[in-house]
Design a protein around this ligand. Sequence first.
Ligand code: GAR
Length: 196
Amino acid sequence: MTKRVGIFVSGGGSNMRALVEDMTGAHPARAAVVVSNNADSGGIAWAQSQGIATEVIDHRPFGADRPAFEAAITAALAPYALDLICLAGFMRVLTEGFVAPWAGRMLNIHPSLLPKYKGLHTHARALEAGDKEHGCTVHLVTPALDDGPILGQARVPVLAGDTPDDLAARVLKQEHRLYPAVLRRFASGEASPLLL
Ligand code: GAR
């Protein structure tokens, strides 16, 4: 049966778009809803333009009460009967209370070759370290930040004179190849790492 996917975005949503655009024809999954903590997310506007259901849950009224924010997300998701969640540039940390019930069913894309550079500013950190190679990782989400079994990685070279923005753009292109390819495999039951 076709898997129902919820995609979480905070910003521009280019990874979400790459996933949605791949979920056609015989693909084993479809986007059921796009969720954001940010009403101004370009991802929300694009999803609406495609006729995809959207849910916006602003984190700000909840302040430091992450469990209450997450309870609001859980309530909003209920009608969609999701099989999988894909975090795609979702910039809020999710606590164990939210993550645990989705164990093995929630994916994330992170702009580094994990386990290197968990957290933020990954491109600047790779440059500062003098790395010759950088990239992106899709992994299953566990309560520890940017941890969990790796489902796929794509590599890019670091070139002389690269700025963090140059590197981010080169990595993002690979994210758009990697995430759809991993989701397609994962939704059909294949969890061995894909190395691009
Ligand atoms: C992507 O590079 C993604 O890997 C990164 O944010 C960007 C979102 O771009 N995610 C993280 O840093 C997660 N901690 P997008 O909104 O255009 O997909």
